[in-house]
Design a binder for this molecule. Structure first.
Ligand SMILES: NC(=O)c1ccc[n+]([C@@H]2O[C@H](COP(=O)([O-])OP(=O)(O)OC[C@H]3O[C@@H](n4cnc5c(N)ncnc54)[C@H](OP(=O)(O)O)[C@@H]3O)[C@@H](O)[C@H]2O)c1
Length: 348
């Protein structure tokens, strides 16, 4: 007799949300969307906080992100001139959408000074870790942080002090998962060893380091992606689109102007060298043949790399979000991946 599906009700497990495939955050049980959302540039530009996306535009992006299953949201206490405004925008949205709280994985970071005056309100001392988290919880208007990153390595605080602080937060359920950012292989390995020695619950789930297909990792953090693949840590690449360079928008840099981030930040000329543009044009041709945009090919290819965790491109508009989200669902053929690899490794 065929089993009656109605007797079994809903499936025990699901692997995606609103059509977006998910992946585990390192070796943890936490699942996060293949493509998430970097919220660095969300804020109140009218106050001069150096953000680029105001509340109205950010809310449109966040509404659409839920529909597209883009639910891994990345921010930091310090984003936009240490204002806390990126967190505030997410907090206001979450307050207006309480039913969505359980669908979103909110990740934020602590380390840097917020007031710029007190030596005890920066770095990874017990005081700063605890107080930064309390402040982030208030701005984000949530009961717990799904992921807390240490934003940087702190050479001046004993690792056991920082780890004990985050472990206490985990035990109090103010933080669910722990991660680090801008760490080298040696620093990751040291944390891993001490986590074991002290038996803390706060084991590193992810490392957020800079990585894009053109420049790879930052020299001082080189090898972290490979380490993550071996250690069961998710490598969360920041600036995966090289701030927009790895999309079709700068293929003709002469067309860039005010409103384009690389132009506004003043380093388009340096970034868009003739050699880089030549590679981008070749990648663009491969993308078209695969039915994708250049930025989508870049993100989809990154998702195939061993150790790579979820991607967190910043989206400044709903259109960008839609393009980036589609990359999280794209399946690249082996041949397409081979062609991308060949272009990236060519010396021309
Ligand atoms: N841990 C750290 O130290 C650290 C450092 C930097 C960033 N991050 C995190 O990483 C996230 C992403 O990094 P990022 O903002 O530096 O760089 P990114 O994601 O590589 O680039 C984002 C920029 O690219 C453009 N863009 C995005 N999607 C596009 C699309 N589909 N088509 C065309 N252009 C598109 C937008 O530029 P326009 O604004 O010009 O439209 C956007 O601001 C941040 O939000 C932040 O959460 C972490």
């Amino acid at each position: 007799m065929e089993p009656n599906p109605e007797l079994y009700g809903l499936p025990f497990t699901v692997d995606g949300f609103n059509g977006m495939p998910f992946r585990r955050l390192g070796s943890t049980g936490l699942r996060v969307s293949n493509v998430g959302l970097g919220a660095w540039k969300f804020g109140f530009p009218e106050t001069g906080d150096d953000s680029r996306v105001d509340q109205e535009a950010a809310f449109q992006i966040l509404d659409r992100a839920i529909v597209l299953g883009v639910t891994f949201w990345d921010t930091a206490n310090r984003y936009n001139n240490s204002s806390g405004n990126s967190e505030r925008i997410l907090g206001r949205w979450l307050r207006q959408n309480p039913d969505q709280r359980r669908n979103v994985v909110v990740a934020t970071k602590c380390f840097g000074a917020m007031d710029g005056r007190s030596p005890n309100h920066c770095r990874l001392s017990r005081t700063n870790v605890l107080e930064s988290v309390y402040a982030s919880l208030r701005r984000l208007q949530v009961d717990c942080l799904d992921v807390l990153y240490f934003h940087n390595w702190d050479p001046e605080t004993p690792v056991e002090e920082s780890l004990a602080a985050v472990d206490d937060l985990v035990r109090r359920d103010l933080v669910r998962y722990f991660a680090v950012s801008n760490f080298s292989v040696e620093q990751l390995a040291l944390y891993r060893a001490l986590e074991r020695e002290f038996g803390v619950r706060a084991r590193i789930a992810a490392v957020q380091n800079r990585f894009d297909l053109l420049t790879g990792e930052n020299a001082k953090h080189a090898g972290a992606l490979e380490y993550c693949a071996r250690a069961g840590i998710a490598f969360v690449a920041y600036s995966p689109l090289a701030r927009g360079l790895l999309t079709e928008r700068y293929l003709d840099p002469a067309k860039a102007g005010p409103g384009d981030r690389l132009y506004d930040e003043g380093d388009l000329g340096q970034q868009a060298s003739a050699a880089t543009l030549a590679k981008l044009k070749k990648l663009n041709a491969v993308a078209h043949e695969a039915g994708l945009k250049l930025g989508q090919l870049v993100l989809a290819y990154m998702l195939t790399l061993p150790g790579m965790g979820p991607l967190i491109p910043s989206s400044s508009s709903v259109e960008q979000l839609e393009a980036n989200a589609a990359a999280g669902k794209a399946q690249l053929s082996g041949e397409t991946c081979d062609r991308v690899r060949a272009i990236l490794s060519s010396e021309e």
